[in-house]
Write a protein that binds this ligand. Structure first.
Ligand SMILES: Cc1cc2nc3c(=O)[nH]c(=O)nc-3n(C[C@H](O)[C@H](O)[C@H](O)COP(=O)(O)OP(=O)(O)OC[C@H]3O[C@@H](n4cnc5c(N)ncnc54)[C@H](O)[C@@H]3O)c2cc1C
Length: 371
C-alpha cells in the first residue's frame, strides 16, 4: 500500500504538512508514503508514470484511489494579474508558509465558504480584513443557512461571530484593481495591501480524465462506494464535487474499505455520506456564479497569463482548441489550468482536450522508458 503526493508531506490542502491524527494513523498502518511523487501519465492498464526523486518510475497497482483535490477558480478582471492580487486559498497558503501579513490590509473577495475560512485565518495572523465581498445574493445565503444541518449551522455561527468586526457584503464583486486599491460593483473603492480573490474551487480532474473515468458537470461520476466508471479505480473528495474536508474524509474511508473488500465497514459510513451529499448540493446551488462575472474583463485584460493572451484575442474563438491554435491560449507552463476553467465559464466552451504529461516533467521522463 502506498500514498503518493506531489507535496513534500502528507495532509493535502487543509493540513499542509502539519501532523494530525490522520497522518499519524497513516504512518502506523504501514502504508508507504511517497512524497514529491507526481503522477504525470497513465502507462496502460493498472500502470502509472510517476516523477519522483529526479526520475520517472513505472508504478503498477491493483486498486487505485484518486484524491487529487481541487484548485481555485480565477476569473479575469482589469488588474487581476498585478502582484498584490492572489487567490484566497493561495494567499492563505503563502501566509502559512511564512509570508508576513501582520498589519496588512487584505480585501477577501469571490465566492464560497472558503472566503470565511481564509478571512478568519488572515485575521488570526494579525491582518486587517476591511471587507469580504461575496458575489452571491443575500437571499441565497439566507436559504443556505436555513438548509444547513445543526452542526454545520453552529460551525457557521461560530465563524461569523469570530468575523463579526468584518464587513461581509453579498451581491458584491471586484470590478478592477490597481496597486493599493480595489474597485467594486457598488460602494466606494477600498484601499488594501493585498486582494485575495477566488470564485470557488474546481476539481483537479486531469488524472481521472486520462484514466478514462466518466465525468459529468466537472466532477467524476462514482457510485456509493466511490467506484468510478473504470474498474479498480475509486475517486474521493473534491474531485467528486466540492464539499469540504468532512465528506473527503468519509469518502476516503468508504473507498479504502471498498477497495479492500470490507463491505460491512463501507455500509457504516453511507448514511453520513448521503447527508453530506445534500450539503454538497446546497453549496453548489448557493454559490453558483452570476452571469455579470462574465463581463468583468476588458478587451485588453489578460486571460491566459502564461502566454499573455488578452480577452479580445480569444473572444471570437469557437472553443479552447481554436483559441490554442490561433493564440497559444492555455499552452504555457500551467497548461490551461488557470485560463481553461475561466474560459469555460466566460465563453461556455466545453472542457478542452488533455494530453500527458499532466504536470511539467523533464524530457528524460520519456527516454529510457521501461517496456
Ligand atoms: C487553495 C485551497 C485552500 C483551501 N483551504 C481550505 C481551508 O482553509 N479550510 C477548508 O475547510 N478547506 C479548504 N480547502 C478545501 C480543501 O481542499 C478540501 O476540503 C479538502 O482538502 C479535500 O481533500 P481532498 O483529499 O479531496 O484534496 P486535497 O486535500 O487538496 O489533496 C489532494 C492532494 O493530491 C495531490 N495531487 C493532485 N494531483 C496529483 C498528481 N497528479 N500526482 C500526485 N499528487 C497529486 C495534491 O498536491 C494534494 O496534496 C482549500 C482548497 C484549496 C484549493
Amino acid at each position: 500500500m502506498a500514498l503518493l503526493d506531489d507535496n513534500p508531506g502528507p495532509g493535502g490542502q487543509i493540513w499542509r504538512l502539519h501532523s494530525n491524527q490522520w497522518t499519524t494513523r497513516m504512518r502506523a498502518s504501514g502504508c508507504e508514503f511517497l512524497p514529491q511523487a507526481t503522477v504525470f501519465e497513465v502507462r496502460g492498464s493498472h500502470r502509472l508514470g510517476v516523477w519522483m526523486e529526479g526520475e520517472a518510475h513505472d508504478l503498477t497497482y491493483q486498486k487505485l484511489i484518486l484524491a487529487t483535490g481541487a484548485r481555485e477558480l480565477f476569473l479575469p478582471f482589469p488588474g487581476w494579474t498585478l502582484p498584490h492580487v492572489m487567490g484566497a486559498g493561495g494567499l492563505q497558503a503563502l501566509a502559512k508558509g511564512g509570508l508576513p501579513i501582520r498589519g496588512k490590509r487584505i480585501v477577501v473577495a469571490g465566492s464560497g465558504p472558503l472566503l470565511f475560512a481564509v478571512a478568519a485565518y488572515l485575521k488570526s495572523q494579525g491582518a486587517i480584513v476591511p471587507l469580504i465581498a461575496e458575489q452571491t445574493t443575500l437571499l441565497d445565503l439566507a436559504l443556505f443557512a436555513a438548509g444547513l444541518e445543526a452542526n454545520k449551522f453552529h460551525e457557521a455561527g461560530r465563524l461569523l461571530w469570530d468575523l463579526r468586526a468584518i464587513r461581509y457584503r453579498p451581491s458584491t464583486w471586484v470590478t478592477s484593481t490597481t496597486a493599493g486599491l480595489v474597485r467594486l460593483n457598488r460602494g466606494k473603492p477600498v484601499p488594501c495591501d493585498y486582494l485575495a480573490c477566488a470564485y470557488g474551487l474546481i476539481p483537479n480532474l486531469e488524472l481521472a480524465r486520462v484514466l478514462g473515468c466518466a465525468i459529468r458537470k466537472g466532477t467524476t461520476i462514482v457510485d456509493e462506494t466511490c467506484q468510478t466508471s473504470v474498474a479498480d479505480v475509486h475517486a474521493v473528495g473534491e474531485i467528486n464535487g466540492i464539499a469540504g474536508e468532512e465528506l473527503a474524509l468519509i469518502e476516503g474511508r468508504i473507498a479504502g474499505y471498498a477497495a479492500t473488500g470490507q463491505t460491512i465497514k463501507v455500509t457504516r459510513h453511507l448514511p453520513r455520506r448521503a447527508r453530506l451529499l445534500e450539503f454538497r448540493r446546497l453549496l453548489s446551488r448557493t454559490f453558483a456564479l452570476r452571469h455579470e462575472l462574465r463581463k468583468l474583463a476588458a478587451a485588453d485584460t489578460i486571460v491566459c497569463r502564461c502566454e499573455d493572451v488578452r480577452f479580445s484575442q480569444v473572444q471570437a474563438a469557437a472553443d479552447e482548441r481554436d483559441a490554442k491554435l490561433q493564440t497559444r491560449c492555455g499552452m504555457g507552463p500551467c497548461q490551461g489550468r488557470v485560463c481553461g476553467p475561466a474560459c469555460e465559464f466566460l465563453f461556455n466552451w466545453p472542457a478542452g482536450t488533455l494530453r500527458p504529461p499532466l504536470a511539467p516533467v523533464p524530457v528524460s521522463a520519456y527516454l529510457n522508458r521501461q517496456p
